[in-house]
Design a protein around this ligand. Structure first.
Ligand SMILES: [Zn+2]
Length: 332
């Protein structure tokens, strides 16, 4: 590797999702959002420890102790100073350890064919409306998010260090090999997380289809790998998944322990507070991994661009510093 690549990666961190690759899959999204045939896709399969007898997490503390109260989190005693965050690129650490959640969930109402009364539908034919998303993380005055999105890797080559291409065909640090999501990194790392962290929001209206909380949330890069001090193996990420009116699913990973405020089956509205940013699961520094599953069951890049689909799935793409705007569908 060249030193400039290594230097650039020092500023990075990331995470990822599991699932098997289906490089030949060129299934299109509904409407005009046909997927580019060269777009790298990944199947969001249903297998994973969440479905197979994973031990139940410990009891949740009182709700009042959750937000901004790290004293309630025993893991806060682990010092950060000895381990600078984001010291290592994620390309060296496969994401296969991150389990996928089952889909669909029988307890969730079928939202694939929304009717006119479905919240979140815009006018002019709700049944064919495509859900679009807002920035899913707090970004007041750019205080909480580092000014770069570590995005979805469209380069078909896998397991090649440093080889990736984001939606605009940019390499490191805009992506890393095999990454199938968009990482919004917490400015200030663990120090900011300990001072209250940043908020994670629902990207659009929908039904919460999965919640997993109670996992260790201070995983970090140590040397060339992600480690979770005190754990021989990386625990699962604290996470939320939301089913939207058009059948798309968004997932929010690496959340802070016991910060999740919603439950499975809840109806949430765009911009609703879901949880706080953490570093649980396969994560080298506090950040939000935001991923979208299309109605065809395949994860895709919500950013539009030459290597992605022509229409953005963000309500507004390229806001300040290239971020999606914190604006909900319908301008709310
Ligand atoms: Zn990620």
């Amino acid at each position: 590797m060249s030193l400039w690549i290594l230097g650039a990666l020092v500023a990075l961190s990331g995470c990822g999702t599991g699932g098997s690759l289906a490089p030949g899959d060129d299934a299109g999204r509904p409407g005009s959002l046909a997927r580019d045939a060269q777009t790298d896709v990944e199947v969001w399969d249903g297998a994973g420890p969440f479905d197979s007898g994973e031990p139940a997490p410990e009891a949740r503390p009182d709700a009042g102790a959750v937000l901004g109260a790290d004293a309630a989190v025993p893991d806060a005693s682990v010092p950060d100073a000895a381990v600078p965050d984001a010291a290592v690129p994620d390309a060296a650490v496969p994401d296969a350890a991150v389990p996928d959640a089952s889909w669909p969930d029988a307890a969730v109402p079928d939202a694939s064919v929304p009717d006119a009364s479905t919240p979140g539908c815009d006018g002019g034919g709700c049944a064919s409306a495509v859900t679009r998303f807002r920035l899913p993380m707090q970004n007041d005055n750019n205080e909480y998010i580092r000014p770069i999105v570590v995005g979805f890797d469209h380069d078909p080559a896998e397991s090649v260090f440093g080889l990736c291409a984001d939606y605009e065909d940019r390499n490191v640090p805009y992506c890393y090999d095999g990454h199938k999501g968009s990482d919004f990194l917490l400015e200030g790392g663990f120090e900011t997380m300990d001072n209250g962290s940043a908020e994670v929001y629902a990207a659009a209206d929908g039904v919460v289809t999965l919640v997993h909380d109670g996992e260790y949330d201070r995983c970090r890069a140590v040397g060339l790998e992600v480690q979770c001090p005190g754990y021989a193996e990386i625990p699962p990420a604290n996470r939320v998944e939301i089913l939207h009116a058009d059948g798309q699913v968004t997932r929010y990973l690496h959340l802070k322990k016991w910060s999740i405020l919603v439950e499975q089956g809840d109806y949430v509205t765009c911009g609703q507070l879901l949880a706080l940013v953490g570093s649980s699961g396969h994560s080298s520094t506090p950040h939000l991994h935001f991923a979208v599953r299309g109605v065809d069951g395949v994860q895709y890049d919500p950013f539009a661009g030459p290597l992605s689909q022509p229409a953005s799935s963000w309500v507004e793409q390229d806001g300040p510093n290239g971020f999606p705007a914190p604006v909900c569908q319908g301008g709310l």
